[in-house]
Ligand binder design. Structure first.
Ligand SMILES: Nc1nc2c(c(=O)[nH]1)N[C@H]1C(S)=C(S)[C@@H](COP(=O)(O)O)O[C@H]1N2
Ligand SMILES: [Mo]
Length: 262
């Protein structure tokens, strides 16, 4: 792929890879499938599934890429959207938490919080735009979860904000619709399935590690889903829409699989 490799966090160490495989397997609902994967999804199993040599970090990275490109049906079968992703103690938070985007950190978008309005469209009854203060006035929750990027790194972080299911219900979104799409302040966009949108760990995140979400992590707001790979988690969200027409995404339209389950 044509993403620029940023120094510092491009590679995954072997214990890190084992950890995220263990987490992924724990997230699988059906005991028989879980047992099968617990046997096969070791680093050796990953090598087998992906056909990659895992003798070095570059190999692990390529293997994770290939596994993430499993077609959507296979991923939907492997990753149950009703299951909770693992959470971690604050002491395990990765510091500093890595930055990633399709551009470098010197080009991070700055959004003016005072004039910011979240736009809603599509199959949503109440489409009044939201100010940041109205979003902050909604009930908030936080969680420490692992973010996994297909570029081959993972990191644990703490995000706080509004449960997305609460937000969708409050705005009268059609919860029987297929997709929720996101448009961002940069040129990024992505979309998710409704079951993932309604997952209890899917947050409209307004804070990172207890403070206002900094620009590099997506100020004023990002969608945080521990059940999806990094590229499915849009930062700098400007507009949200609910639709039955497949909306695609920035990386998805370049060949990344749409389901992107982790
Ligand atoms: N708006 C926007 N959101 C984005 C991206 C982006 O380029 N623009 N990159 C995605 C990818 S690939 C990753 S891994 C995460 C990185 O989030 P972080 O900077 O909080 O680590 O953001 C995701 N969301
Ligand atoms: Mo990513």
């Amino acid at each position: 792929m044509n993403k620029i490799q940023k120094p510092g966090h491009g590679m995954l160490s072997e214990p890190d890879a084992s950890l995220l495989l263990r987490d992924a397997v724990r997230g699988i609902a059906q005991p028989s499938r879980r047992a099968f994967l617990q046997r096969s999804l070791t680093l050796g199993g990953l090598a087998m599934l992906s056909g990659c040599s895992l003798s070095d970090n570059a190999g692990i990275e390529t293997a994770l890429m290939r596994v993430s490109r499993f077609n959507d049906d296979v991923q939907a079968w492997l990753f149950d959207p009703n299951k909770l992703a693992p959470t971690y103690p604050d002491s395990m938070i990765t510091r500093p938490f890595p930055f990633n985007a399709y551009y470098g950190e010197d080009e991070v978008r700055t959004v003016d919080g005072d004039t910011y309005r979240l736009e809603l469209s599509g199959l949503i009854a109440d489409q009044r735009p939201w100010t940041l203060s109205r979003l902050r006035a909604l009930p908030q929750t936080d969680q420490v979860t692992r973010h996994i990027c297909v570029e081959g790194w993972s990191a644990i972080g703490k995000w706080g904000g509004v449960r997305f299911s609460d937000f969708l219900r409050r705005t009268g979104a059609d919860l029987s619709a297929k997709y929720v799409g996101f448009k961002c302040a940069d040129d990024y966009y992505t979309s998710i399935d409704m079951p993932t949108a309604l997952h209890p760990q899917t947050l409209l995140a307004l804070t990172y590690d207890g403070d206002t979400l900094p620009p590099r992590y997506g100020f004023p707001m990002k969608l945080r889903m521990p059940t999806k790979l990094g590229y499915k988690n849009p930062k700098h969200i400007q507009a949200i829409f609910v639709t039955n027409t497949y909306p695609g995404g920035y990386w998805e339209d370049q060949g990344y699989n749409w389901f992107g389950g982790s």
